[in-house]
Design a protein around this ligand. Sequence first.
Ligand SMILES: [Zn+2]
Length: 136
Amino acid sequence: MKYCSNCGKAAEDSDAFCTNCGRAFAQTEGDLFNRESSPNTTYSQPSYTQTEPAQSNLAKTSMVLGIVGFFFAGFILGILAVVFAEKSKAETNGVMVSEAKTGKVCGIINIVLSVVSIAAVIITVAVGISMGIFLS
Ligand SMILES: [Zn+2]
């Protein structure tokens, strides 16, 4: 009786491989050498590509448009910010990164503010015309 050096399971002396994990038992110096030089013992480098933060130029563009929209051409830049935010998801595996979220939120705020201010102007003009008619 012998024991697997890998998983510790008992095995028959005649077994060439562990019946539990499949590890080869070293029978001779030659076997030991072959086992140590086998490709199975090479370590693969862990991949860190999954943990890298997602980068998206579209998301950054969306954020810039959303912020600039507060000062200039809010309605147009707001729409563009939302569009770029949605497009950026394709660059970041369907995930909306923080830049894109910022751009989208700012864009929506810009659109709403623009619509409200345009409505305010229209109402003011309409009221002004009405007052003018009544006062004349
Ligand atoms: Zn084993």
